[in-house]
Write a protein that binds this ligand. Sequence first.
Ligand code: SF4
Length: 95
Amino acid sequence: MPDDLVVQINPSRVAMIGTDAKPCRCVSLQGEIGKDVACTIYANRSSPCREFEASWEGGMHNPSCDAARAAYGLPPLTPPGANEPHWPDDGAEVA
Ligand code: SF4
């Protein structure tokens, strides 16, 4: 991780510049949030970045993902298929 992209947060840890601000905006995030963004150091991103999953990626909800989106006025992500039409008797057994 290049030194010019991080800030020392304690004697043994650093954080990406901008991630300690409210709302958080990492110095390596390029683009317009909610439209088209990309990480400019994606291949070399830190382990916390690698471990963070968007909600429903891998089937799991991530409340931290919701909070990050809400900070920029974006709604939570929905599970795959949540917006597809369904009938009230979906799943009912037919005799
Ligand atoms: S994935 Fe990239 S843009 Fe996002 S927080 Fe990590 S370094 Fe910053």
